[in-house]
Design a protein around this ligand. Structure first.
Ligand code: NAD
Ligand code: UDP
Length: 324
């Protein structure tokens, strides 16, 4: 077992999908973790296995209110925000507040403790991109008043605020632009494409492909995403830096892959495309590769296998589909 160092990280949104994996990796590396979450879209279930572990503390709090969870911090990872389109369209004002007020409060805490602040930003800051692949220098193509703007603009504001604190106060910051991530602990009902397709395939329901399904996403296994966040935290890079996979797939290809890996004969059902749904998404990860020595390692088939195994286990079934 790793020796526990006297380092402490606060993880806001630590009871969510990415946050729970991050908390676990930090603990494994011997860092104490204070997980702050209001359970808006996360749950104690995601961190229940960490509750008895030495060095782990769960604090239920809404980050849009000033908070002092006690103790001192060397690192603040700010992940608190709805992330699935279904969630942020259901929680529009809360999402803007998490990106604005929540980021203010997380930055203040980091500044008060002299901690390095890592912002989990998103590829959505590029909107429906007109540049391909997307480099960090691209300013994006975002509809500022469309339904998705509650998320996109919240993250753009959060990035701007983070840079303002860095420039005005000398705050030690790093901005990660995460691309679509997937893996165990995604909620079957959170509306994102991978958990939706897996749930539908396992239930024998039609896989709901939006539009013609030719829009693409580059999907990154959660362990790789978390490694990217940790590499940024270890570095002195301010960023922003893209953290994502270069394995770009159309939504239709993703549906076929999930069907194949689950052994499902569910049909495909074409549904309407969401407003402002980005057409392409693929990161240029040169900066992360050169400055952080980071690259994703888990190929999409393997990552999907692990995610499907998680979904099966959650249903009390053996982790390998019997049909395959
Ligand atoms: P998630 O919804 O599973 O987790 C977000 C967590 O934040 C939840 O536990 C939620 O309860 C908590 N939260 C929300 N508002 C809060 C508030 N006001 N106070 C305290 N806690 C609050 O989402 P996720 O997929 O784990 O995403 C985590 C972060 O990573 C988000 O900031 C998201 O924007 C970013 N990100 C994720 C992806 C992805 O594909 N998963 C891609 C890009 C960026
Ligand atoms: N999508 C789909 N069927 C679904 C859910 C999503 O075809 O049931 C599409 C969605 O329109 C988008 C892509 O899959 O083009 C990724 O959507 P997701 O919500 O996972 O993430 P986004 O990248 O849009 O934030």
């Amino acid at each position: 077992m790793a020796r526990r160092e006297e380092r402490t990280a606060m993880v806001t949104g630590g009871a969510g999908f990415v946050g729970s994996h991050l908390c676990e990796r930090l603990l494994d590396a011997g860092t104490n973790v204070v997980c702050v979450d209001n359970f808006a879209t996360g749950s104690t279930g995601n961190v229940v296995h960490l509750l008895g572990r030495e060095g782990f503390r769960l604090v239920e709090a809404d980050l849009t209110e000033p908070l002092d969870p006690g103790g001192s911090f060397d690192l603040v990872f700010h992940l608190a925000s709805a992330a699935s389109p279904r969630d942020y369209l259901r929680l529009p004002v809360e999402t803007l507040e998490a990106g604005s007020l929540g980021t203010h409060n997380a930055l203040r805490l980091a500044e008060g403790h002299g901690a390095r602040f890592i912002l989990a930003s998103t590829s959505e800051v590029y909107g429906d991109p007109l540049e391909y692949p997307q480099r960090e220098s691209y300013w994006g193509n975002v509809n500022p008043v469309g339904p998705r703007s509650v998320y996109d603009e919240a993250k753009r504001y959060a990035e701007s605020l983070t840079m303002a604190c860095h420039r005005a106060h000398g705050t030690d910051v790093g901005i990660a632009r995460l691309f679509n991530s997937y893996g165990p602990r995604l909620r079957p009902g959170d509306g994102r494409v991978i958990p939706t397709f897996i749930r539908q395939a396992l239930d024998g329901e039609p896989l709901t492909v939006a539009g013609d399904g030719l829009q693409t996403r580059s999907v990154c296994y959660v362990d790789d995403t978390v490694e990217g966040l940790l590499a940024l935290a270890r570095s002195d890079l301010t960023g922003p830096v893209n953290i994502g996979s270069e394995e770009e797939l159309s939504v239709l290809a993703l549906a076929d892959l999930v069907k194949g890996l689950t052994g499902s004969d569910s049909p495909i059902s074409f549904i309407g495309r969401p407003v402002d749904d980005p057409r392409f998404r693929r990161p240029d990860i040169t900066l992360a590769a050169t400055r952080l020595d980071w690259r994703p390692r888990v190929r999409v088939e393997e990552g999907l296998r692990r995610t499907i195994a998680y979904f099966l286990t959650e249903r009390g079934l053996p982790p390998v589909p019997d049909q395959v």
